[in-house]
Structure formats: C-alpha cells, structure tokens
Design a protein around this ligand. Structure first.
Ligand SMILES: Nc1ncnc2c1ncn2[C@@H]1O[C@H](COP(=O)(O)OP(=O)(O)OP(=O)(O)O)[C@@H](O)[C@H]1O
Length: 477
C-alpha cells in the first residue's frame, strides 16, 4: 500500500499559480486548494486529518489588494492545526507584511515570483522540522517540558501544583503561542490522574455538525452515517484529563451540554436515553477574552463561571526576562542537533536586543526565529543588525495585538500609553525607553531606505554624521 502523503493546503486565488503548484507538488504532497478564507474554513471542516503544510497568499478575495485576508488565514490554520507549518507566498512582500505574517506564526515568507523547485525543497525541509517537533511533543508529554525560571513562570508552576489534584475545571488563558497547551499537559502530569488518559480536543477544528458526537458519542443508527456505536471523548477520557483547546469556539448549543457535564458529570450519547457519568477532569484553554465573548452573547456566562473556578494565566514572553535567553538556548541546541547543523551564537549587542524584543507571537515566534537563524547562520556569530532583521518592530511598545500606533502629535495619547507602560512593568528606565525608540526609528529608516545612510538621515531630519554617531551609540547599548 502506498504511504499516505502529507496534506498541503494552498490558499491562493490565482488559478495559474495553483495549477502550476498542484502539478509540481502533488508528487510529494496531497494538495488541497482554497481560493479564499471562507472556502478554507469549509474545507478544514471536511478534513479528517490535520494538514501538515500550507502555502498562503496574502491578497485574497474579497479584498485582494490588502494582506488582511491572508493574515486571517494564518490564524485560522494555526487554530485548526497547531503543528502546521505555514509558508507565505505573496507578491505583497513589503517588510511590514513579512514581519506581521511571521509574528502571526508563519515560518517563512517567499516573495512571488518564486522558484518552484526551491519552494518544494523548503516544504520538505519544513516537514523534517515538523517531524522533530512531533517527537518533541511526545517527549514533553513524558517529561513536562515547561521551561522558564522567571517569577511569572515560577508562579505558574506553583498554581499548577496547587490545582493539579482538584476535581474542578481549570481555565487556561493567555496569548496565542504562549504555551497554553503545554500547561494543560503539565496539569495532567502533576496530578494523580497521570496513569489515566490525557485527551486533547481542539474545539476550533471540529465541525459544528459533528461536535456533539465527537464529544459525547452516539448510538448505532443515531443519524445517517452512524453505522456503529461510538464513544466520545468524555467517555474515552474516563478518569483522566480532557483538554478542550480553543474553548471560545465551541458552538452555543454545545455550551449548554458542556455546562451540564461540568455541573453534575452527566451526559448522553446521541440517540441514547441512558445518562452516563463522566469522571474526567476538564482543562480548557482560550486566547480570546471570554468575558468580552460573554458580553457579546457568544459565550454563556454560567459556563464561563463554571470553567473559571480556577483560572491560570500563562504569561506572554515579553514578561519573562532572562527566560528569553533560556528558551533561545534550549531551542537552538535542540533544533541544531536534530536538523544536524551547527548552532548560531549571538554577539553581546545581539543578546541585548534579544532580551529587549517583545516577541508578540510569544514562544511560537521565538522558536520559529531560532529555526530560521539556524538555517541562515549555522555555525556563525550574529550581530544586532542581522538579528533585528528577524524581528517585527512595527509596534515597539505593543502588548500583543492591543498596541496602538504612536502619534507624537497626540500628547494625551502618549501620556496614556506611558501610563499603561508604567503600570504594566516594574523598573521602567526612562533612558532605555528613549533609547529603544531611537533605535526603532533608526532601524525603520534604514530598512525603508535599504540601508542608504544619507536617505535615512533625510527621513529622520538629522545630518548624516549625527545619524552615524547615534547608530554607533545605540549599537553599543
Ligand atoms: N515555557 C515553555 N517552554 C518550552 N516550550 C514552550 C513553552 N511555552 C511554549 N512552548 C512551545 O511553544 C509552542 C507554542 O506553544 P503552545 O502550542 O502550547 O501555545 P498555545 O498558547 O497553546 O497557542 P495557541 O493559543 O495558538 O493555541 C509549542 O511548541 C510549545 O511546546
């Protein structure tokens, strides 16, 4: 029997491109094509298995001249298949779009037109990395791979230990890519349930039509196509842990059924009158603001209160201080060894920039940067400029997706932003805030002028010599 080929999703509205790619790539991959975000969503609901790879165009209908639809596609693919490797293939390749796509979780950006053979090699390389990661996930499940010694991580570990053996549900909140799934696994491993199953359901990935049967099971003949009786996740989890990822995506009708299980453990298979009892512990996670979803009528408030008896917050990477180095060192050693390439090293200035960077895409972004750096700088020492080329500095003071652009003519807005910064972060240094703004503007001007010092100086309204000397001092810092 022929081995199953990995599924590659191509999301592009240009038939010439999709036909060519289909022709070349279908020797290696099972190729599925969608022309828009809406078509992708319905295609994903029909998929039995998770796609391994995706090639995403940014400009898609109904607004093909802006990248927004493509950005939506990246988030939807990752919500559906967290281990997917997304390569962006787009003509809208200006720096801001590249950075935004990478921050959202894409692993690479290829500008159109591209060399299809090279593209194929990149996809095959991504498959290798994915293979390594899937093995890593297995290892993590065995050894609890939550890294970090910073205070927020110590506090998180303490909460995990404290709540591990409670029978009540846990709600894990945190930004995308911050490690919620890993935390869910840690809850199971720290508990007495560790010898029982740990099952994970991604609520964003299950079709609303099948969700009830997937969670609660069905009897034979309960609906067309139910040719045999089937146990759902609640039953299969028995006395173990059932992890409901992306709980904010659960359809409203099912929220009522979930509430019932949480209240008294009772549920029924579809088509059955007998009531069953669930012994499983529920751990749920979301990167949405569930309180806002409750206010908007999209999430039941009684379910929210049930779920959030114990709520833990996974800290974003920007709050982890020196853990950023720890995570970089861990991923560098791990991937360099697995991929069989020499690790890279950061010089002192680059290390300082690494520590300063906010990683809006959290650990997922940090890990993808490491993988790209190994590919580009294996065995080399990087300086700050080489490193910063990988960063998304479009929102220097951003806190994830909520950062606002800075308007220097709006004094009140700037004061409010400074106030939020001071409230959020201890030990703010005015000097380093000013320095990081200076650095960000210099870097932006240099990038926009493709490294032309005279043009960058003009853009910043300083003379060339002043810019040069400021660059030297910011680099030293
Ligand atoms: N503290 C950590 N130590 C080691 N690896 C981590 C840590 N946090 C996250 N990771 C790794 O980063 C990647 C992203 O983490 P994970 O999938 O758990 O994030 P998430 O919060 O569930 O994301 P999403 O909201 O998009 O589902 C995973 O490969 C995970 O193993």
């Amino acid at each position: 029997m022929a081995a199953l080929r990995p599924v590659l999703m191509i999301i592009d509205d240009d038939p010439l491109i999709t036909d060519t790619l289909h022709f070349v790539l279908s020797k290696h991959f099972e190729v599925c094509v969608a022309e828009s975000y809406a078509q992708l969503k319905s295609l994903l609901q029909q998929q039995d298995s998770m796609p391994a790879l995706a090639l995403v165009d940014l400009g898609l209908p109904p607004s093909p001249h802006t990248p927004e639809e493509g950005f939506k596609v990246i988030s939807a693919l990752l919500a559906h298949s967290p281990t997917i490797k997304i390569h962006v293939l787009s003509g809208q390749s200006d720096d801001a779009n590249v950075k935004r796509a990478l921050t959202l979780g894409a692993v690479d950006f290829i500008a159109k037109p591209c060399d299809v053979e090279k593209l194929k090699d990149m996809l095959l390389q991504s498959l290798k990395v994915q293979d390594v990661e899937l093995n890593e996930v297995k290892a993590e499940l065995e050894f609890d791979g939550l890294l970090g010694d910073s205070l927020p991580m110590q506090a998180l570990r303490m909460q995990i230990t404290q709540f591990a053996d409670s029978p009540f549900p846990v709600l894990i909140e945190g930004e995308s890519g911050s490690g919620k799934e890993l935390v869910a696994g840690s809850f199971h491993h720290a508990s007495k349930r560790v010898l029982h199953p740990y099952l994970s359901v991604n609520c964003a990935a299950i079709s609303p039509l099948l969700a009830e049967s997937i969670l609660f099971g069905h009897t034979k003949g309960a609906f067309t196509g139910a040719i045999a009786a089937h146990a759902g996740y609640f039953e299969d989890a028995s006395e173990g842990t059932l992890f409901l990822d992306e709980i904010g995506e659960l359809p409203l009708e099912l929220q009522a059924k979930l509430l019932r299980v949480l209240e008294n453990g009772e549920y029924q298979r579809i088509g059955e009158t007998q009531t069953r009892k669930s012994q499983a512990r529920i751990v749920a996670a979301t990167n949405r603001d569930l309180r806002a979803e409750v206010r908007a009528g999209k999430f039941r408030s009684d379910l929210y209160h049930r779920l959030s008896v114990f709520a833990v917050h996974v800290p974003p990477v920007r709050d982890l201080g020196d853990d950023k180095h720890l995570l970089r060192e861990h991923f560098t050693q791990f991937y360099a060894q697995q991929i069989g390439q020499a690790p890279f090293v950061l010089d002192e200035a680059a290390q300082a920039r690494w520590l300063d960077y906010k990683f809006p895409g959290n650990v997922r972004e940090l890990r993808n940067i490491v993988i790209r750096l190994i590919a580009k700088y294996s065995g080399k020492t990087l300086n700050a400029t080489q490193l910063v080329a990988e960063f998304d500095l479009s929102e220097p003071e951003s806190s994830g997706s909520s950062g606002e652009p800075l308007n220097i003519n709006d004094a009140a807005g700037m004061t409010a932003q400074a106030q939020r910064h001071l409230q959020r972060q201890a030990n703010v240094s005015l000097d380093s805030v000013l320095k990081s703004w200076e650095r960000a503007y210099i870097e932006a001007a240099m990038q926009m002028t493709h490294g032309n010092l005279s043009q960058a100086a003009k853009l910043l309204n300083v003379n060339r010599t002043t810019l040069y000397s400021r660059m030297s001092t910011t680099d030293e810092n």
